[in-house]
Design a protein around this ligand. Structure first.
Ligand code: GDP
Ligand code: MG
Length: 435
């Protein structure tokens, strides 16, 4: 169970409670402790956190109109924000940054994102490729450095990281920020430690950034402790927060290495990097995203279009429903991240990003179909009908084919959706909970 899930489960125990007494709070704390401890959060932290909650809950009077559940949720929220640190303000000044982490965590990508971040703020950046284990690492960083407008240094086929760093520092002299990318492993081992120690010695970094993937659960704590022991990390970057991971491991990492989160990665592109925002991060961890206004928009869109999750799943898609859905989804455009949170990662972008012009065109095209055609995709695929519909709607055959294309994509998504019971459940819960 992921940390957020554990905490949410503890919170759910409070559902229906009408008063906060010591029994309620002890039971709740027991669950909370279980969740935190199984996420490798330090025992002393767990103890002080739950004690604080107990004291405050029993001392303070419940404000009128607030349920115990909301009240305590809010309290945990505050405590977690305190634990994970306030929001991060990056220091825009000359420095050396060493990137650390296991395979695939996002070190190289994040190196380039950071390079772009500082370049964009007026500091010249140079990057050194010290991943001597992965054959294509050199080229990957070289390409990314170019995209970030940063300088690059590496020595192909050289295994001596000490030499690479020394020559790199010479070569990139004058650059204000130097970022060094390192090798990863599928698991931590002594060879990696030796390599990282060598780099650390020669490079003398100001910041030592452990990169972890938002999917990483409690093992993030152990990882952080190991890297910390080897080179003393100074901060954590959590990547892939645009995916399904909620970043629960970050609390373990932060707690194990006594550091803070500096940035989060929210996509593959170089601009998908945000300074850590405590409210946003913890809100997400707890499943209370800070995007209430967006939730409101979705609800309106959903109501307007009369989408019911049960119907979504049972309905077969025809052109009429397609249009209604498109219109509703268009309004949800900015909700893509939100949809990702409930596991809807693969909504085709044609669906969430349909512009007004295209919508109008689709409306005209569908308006020119006969009632039978609107129900039967097969009919509309006949060439003579395409010609007729295009003429009738004042569009081109290409436009009609474009609509057919988007329709197919949406249908694929529907099929996937129908076959994914978990997703279905989540969506029902999500929408049900918002009305
Ligand atoms: P490394 O092995 O630690 O250097 O990892 P890479 O930087 O090569 O990244 C591994 C994969 O994760 C690549 O396909 C990246 O595009 C992807 N990736 C990295 N950061 C993010 C992120 O924040 N979001 C998403 N969606 N993908 C990411
Ligand atoms: Mg790499």
């Amino acid at each position: 169970m992921d940390l957020g899930e554990g905490i949410r489960k503890a919170i759910s125990r409070l559902t229906g409670a009408t008063i906060i007494d010591s029994k309620v709070i002890r039971e709740f704390n027991k669950e909370l402790q279980k969740a935190l401890i199984s996420a490798d959060v330090e025992i002393s932290l767990v103890a002080s956190l739950t004690k604080k909650i107990e004291d405050a809950a029993l001392r303070e009077k419940l404000p009128p109109g607030v349920s115990p559940k909301d009240y305590i949720t809010n309290m945990i929220y505050d405590e977690l924000v305190r634990l994970m640190g306030e929001s991060y303000e990056p220091q825009v000044r000359p420095k050396r940054i060493l990137m650390l982490g296991l395979y695939g965590a996002g070190k190289t990508t994040t190196s380039a994102k950071l390079a772009k971040f500082y370049q964009d703020r007026g500091l010249s950046v140079g990057m050194i490729s010290c991943d001597v284990n992965r054959p294509a690492a050199y080229e990957q960083l070289e390409t990314l450095a170019k995209q970030a407008n940063a300088g690059f240094f590496g020595i192909r086929d050289e295994k001596d990281v000490g030499r690479i760093v020394r020559e790199g520092l010479r070569e990139l002299k004058g650059r204000k920020v130097i970022i060094c990318d390192s090798s990863g492993r599928s698991a931590f081992d002594s060879e990696l430690v030796a390599q990282l120690k060598k780099i650390n010695e020669e490079f003398a970094p100001d910041e030592k950034v452990l990169v972890i993937n938002a999917d990483t659960g409690q093992v993030a704590g152990r990882q952080a402790a190991e890297f910390d022991l080897a080179v003393k990390i100074t901060e954590v970057v959590v990547t892939k927060l645009d995916g399904s991971g909620k970043g629960g491991g970050a609390l373990s990492a932060v707690s194990a290495a006594h550091v803070r989160i500096s940035f989060v990665g929210t996509g593959e592109k170089l601009n998908a990097l945000e300074p850590y925002d405590s409210k946003k991060f913890v809100g997400r961890l707890l499943g209370i995203p800070d995007i209430e206004s967006l939730i409101k928009n979705v609800n309106e869109a959903v109501r307007e279009a009369n989408i019911k999750p049960e119907e979504l799943a049972s309905e077969t898609l025809d052109f009429q429903t397609f249009y209604t859905q498109l219109k509703a989804m268009g309004k949800m455009g900015p909700m893509k991240n939100m949809l990702g949170m409930i596991g809807l990662n693969d909504v085709p972008k044609e669906v969430t990003e349909t512009g007004e012009t295209k919508l109008k065109r689709y409306e005209a095209i569908i308006g020119s179909m006969t009632p039978e055609e609107r129900k039967e995709e097969r009919l509309v695929r006949e060439h003579s009908r395409i010609v007729r519909i295009a003429r009738g709607s004042g569009t081109t055959e290409k436009d009609v084919k474009g609509l057919l294309n988007d329709f197919s994509k949406m249908r694929k998504f529907y099929t996937m959706f129908k076959n994914d019971r978990n997703l279905n459940k989540n969506l029902s819960k999500f929408m049900g909970g918002q009305h």
